[in-house]
Structure formats: C-alpha cells, structure tokens
Design a protein around this ligand. Sequence first.
Ligand code: AMP
Length: 430
Amino acid sequence: MIKKIKGTNDIIPAQFTDDIFAVEKWQFIENVIRECTLVYGYSEIRTPVFENTELFIHGLGDITDIVTKEMFTFEDRGERSLTLRPEGTASVVRSLLENSLHRKQQINRLFYIGPMFRAERPQKGRYRQFHQCGVENIGDSSTQADIEVIALFWTILHKLGLNNIELVINSVGCPVCRPVYNRVLKEFFADKLEHLCSDCNERYEKNILRMLDCKNEKCQHILNDAPDIQGSLCDDCSGAYHRIKQQLTAIDIPFATSSRLVRGLDYYTQTAFEFIHNGIGAQATVAGGGRYDGLVESTGGPSLPAVGAAFGIERLLLAMEAEEINIPEPAAPVFYLVIFDSDFEEEALRLCYQMRSKESYVELGAAGRAVGKQLKSASKSGAHYAVFIGGEEWQDGYVLIKDLVETKQYKISREGVTSEILLNWFENKK
Ligand code: AMP
C-alpha cells in the first residue's frame, strides 16, 4: 500500500481518532479564528501554495535556515524554479502588490489559514506539511498596529481556553542601529568562537544576530553573557519598544522580555515576539511574529511599514491537549429514519430529502438492513428521534417516533405525512 509522506498528516473525523488530527478540532480552531479576526477587522486572503522560488529567497533572506535547508523546491516542465510556500508573509506581500491593495486602502488587515511546507526533521510539533494561521497589518507604522496583532492572537488563544501561554517580546532594531549591535556582537564573540558550535561559527560570518537563537546546550553560557541589544538601539527603536511595553501593560496583556529573541527570518525590524507554551515539548513556540518594515519595498513595492504574526495550528492543538481543553461535541442528527423494508424506501427518501432541504440534520437507515440494527446505528449516531417508516403502526395509520434520549415514544397520523408535519411536531416538542 502507498503510504503518506513522512512529516505529513491526515486529518480525519473525530470518531476515528482522539489525537490532535481530528478534523472537528481543526474546524473548532478555524471557527474561533474567523470570529476573532472579524471583530478585529481582518479579511481573509488566499494565495497559491507554490510561488516562484525567488520570492522566498529574496523575502526571507538567502542565508536563513528555511531558505538554505528547508524549502521544497522543484523545477516545472518549463524549467522554472518553484517552491512550496514555507511561510505566508512573502506571498501575502506579493499578492498585495500584484493586486494593488495598498493603492486602494492605506492600511490592509489580512489573515490566512493554510498549509506550509518545510523539509525539517519531523518530530512532535514539527512536520513537513504543517498549517499556519497568520495575520498581517500592512501600512501602519504606529505601535498601535503591533499591539493590535498581539492582542488579536492573545484573544484567539484565550477564546480557545489556553491559559499557560507566555508572551515574550524583544526589539531587533532597524537598518540604522542593527549594524551597530552587530559590531558589538562581533567584538564580543571574536575570542570565543572555538567554544561555540559550528552553526554559531557560520552565523558569526553570515548573520551574527541569529547566533542568539542557537539552542545548542554548550553555547548557552556564552550566549547568555552576550551584550543586550537595548544598549545599541537608536532613539526610534528604543522609543517604539518602550511604547509597546507601556501599551501592553495598559491593556493588561502580561509579557516577559528577552534580548535573546531574534526570530528566524531576515525581514524583521523593531518588534519581535513569540507565544510560548511550556507543556508541549521541545517545539514550544506556538506563535511568532513581529514588524517587517523593509519587506514590502524589497519585494518591489513602495516603502510600507508592516507587522504580522503566525501560529501553527498543530502546536495550538498540542497546547490544548496539554491543558486538557475539550472542544464542544459535534452536532448529532435530530431524526434517524428507520426503514422497515424496501417498499418504504421511496417514502423515506422523500421525507429525508425534504427535511434536509429545510436544514434539519437527518440520517437515513439502509432499507434492507434489520430494523434492530438500524436502531442501534441511530443510537450510535446520537440522533434524538428514530422515525419508523413502515411497520405495524404505519399499517394502522400512524408514524411511530421513538425519543432515543428520553426513551419515550409518540405516534402521529401518517395521513399525508410530510417533512413539515414532522418538523412542526419537533418544533412543538422543543
Ligand atoms: P515561523 O514562520 O517559523 O515564525 O513559525 C510560526 C509558527 O508556525 C511557529 O510558532 C509554529 O507554531 C509553526 N511552525 C513553524 N514550523 C513548523 C513545523 N515545521 N511544524 C509545525 N509547526 C511549525
């Protein structure tokens, strides 16, 4: 049998699985996302799952881990290099520019939900096809926009019932002050390189800020002693960072600060933040984001400020599992039509079709299957009422209705029985 590809997952009905890949859990999260993004004024955007490779190399930075090691890149039949999107922001920015959204509206608030692809080593919370929900606020340079994005995520996390999430923030500076900090780091690490891992040594040459992101045990004591970026921030950046902290405090969103938080992608400027859950193993970052004021311009558009964030749906589900949060039970059928024998099949089909057209959730037994077995299926489906089409009562001019929840039964005249009669009967029972 052909199996699914390593690092990918099937998302199947909850009746067949109680792990995080039960589709009802996904639908629950997606509904919460839609409710919350709506009240924050964010509209959905859907972009293709593959793009020209150039978009990601350019947008994410050609020395980031994603671009150097993790992209699923292939050539199409016309020998063009295409890549399955490893993240959403570069595509949203491309689409914004290509559709001139920025000319039609000064500030664009957009969100997306969809699969992303990275060739990482699969483990719990890390997959090759995973799913992100991301939000982007493009066109607003004020810290109000940063706060809006953080507050939107905070709202979603709390609406899902998550309580043990920690928000960590930092500022990564801007093209004016980051080079100053890079020089400070260069000097600090210059005589310590032999004690640091090979990744750190490579980053020292190519992208020194990212050294702070190293998770290697043996590097930690050196990295922890590295000078803070705060001392190098320009007035603009340190002012913005101060306002972010003040405004988060004003709206009662608790946070911690960490000068080691630098995020994996090149395009971040000023605010960087992560939401961490400590109960889900090594892959503890549930969401990450920040400001990316240079990306729109470097993608070929005008200079537009922007801030955004994304969370992984799988990691959210792991966090919900760790906090033992249950989602509401899925809806059960109201009626289950039990068919006595195939002579009644058409009558049952007619009723069933009419009721479903009126948006009543109805299940239909299989004509020819024993009545007892159909009743068992009715109970298993969680249906409230079993409606007998055929049988003794039917001969006597009635429809027998069994209340499977309260184990009562009712009879209504079957003379010209229609979906209206059944549905009215049900309305009167409520
Ligand atoms: P990033 O785009 O790397 O900032 O990631 C944002 C969020 O996406 C992370 O906090 C995770 O929740 C999720 N994520 C990133 N990579 C993976 C992956 N390989 N598997 C599952 N979730 C991921």
